[in-house]
Design a protein around this ligand. Structure first.
Ligand SMILES: O=C(O)c1ccccc1N[C@@H]1O[C@H](COP(=O)(O)O)[C@@H](O)[C@H]1O
Length: 220
């Protein structure tokens, strides 16, 4: 099944909705963003989710923060992973006390060879491929050229982000079969997470997954 991450959650109600709908990860943005959350508020979400039977993994999103600060927040908020969406290098990634989701911004000029070389460098366990938008480190709502995904090693756990929404995520999955998908602005209305859009996004992913199962079974 495609792994689902819903990013930019700022309240317990929406976190719990994601849990009930079966999201695999939720993202809490500690970096400068319209979706920024304080560690104290993030703790309310952690406390709630830790008492639930099945919960999404908590991913803290950081951009060029001091490494000790990321590790301190990860410990305090009991994060499962840290997502590094800035210019952090391999040495920085190795100093993380939690497993790393490394975000890689893909520009219009990028080639599949360049992307793969950057994906395989460093200790990160999950590779997040997002559109590069000047002056932004994420949450832009922009897509990159998905065709590049066709040339990446299928054994790499690649999570695709950037401009996904309930309407286009099914096409992405059925054409390129990424390990995971990550969405933020595509499940918002008027700058806030929209429960109906989150529901539609997760439904679209699961429908695409069941379409793939049908294809795989027919091929046997
Ligand atoms: O969501 C943010 O505000 C954000 C801020 C800084 C770094 C990363 C951020 N989010 C990441 O952006 C992409 C997807 O964004 P969108 O769906 O195109 O709006 C995803 O990786 C988020 O984790």
């Amino acid at each position: 099944m495609t792994q689902i991450k819903i990013c930019g959650i700022t309240d317990v109600e929406t976190a719990d909705l994601c849990r009930r709908l079966g999201a695999d990860f939720i993202g809490l943005v500690f970096a400068d963003s319209a979706r920024q959350i304080t560690p104290e508020r993030a703790m309310l979400i952690t406390h709630h989710l830790l008492n639930q039977p099945r919960r999404p993994k908590l991913v803290g999103v950081f951009v060029n923060a001091p490494a000790y600060e990321v590790n301190r927040i990860a410990e305090y908020c009991r994060l499962d992973r840290v997502q590094l969406s800035g210019d952090e290098d391999e040495d920085y990634c190795r100093r993380m006390a939690r497993p790393v989701v490394r975000a890689l911004g893909v520009s219009h000029e990028a080639t599949a060879e360049e992307i793969e070389a950057r994906l395989t460098a460093g200790p990160q366990q999950i590779h997040l491929v997002d559109a590069r938008v000047s002056g932004r480190y994420g949450g832009s709502g922009e897509r990159f050229d998905w065709e590049l995904l066709a040339y990446l090693n299928p054994a790499l756990p690649v999570m695709v982000a950037g401009g996904l929404n309930p309407e286009n995520v099914g096409t992405l999955i059925s054409r390129y079969r990424p390990w995971g998908v990550d969405v933020s602005s595509g499940v918002e209305s008027h700058g806030h997470k929209d429960p109906a859009k989150i529901m539609a996004f997760i439904r679209a992913v699961r429908e695409a997954d069941s379409g793939l199962r049908g294809v795989n079974n027919a091929a046997r």
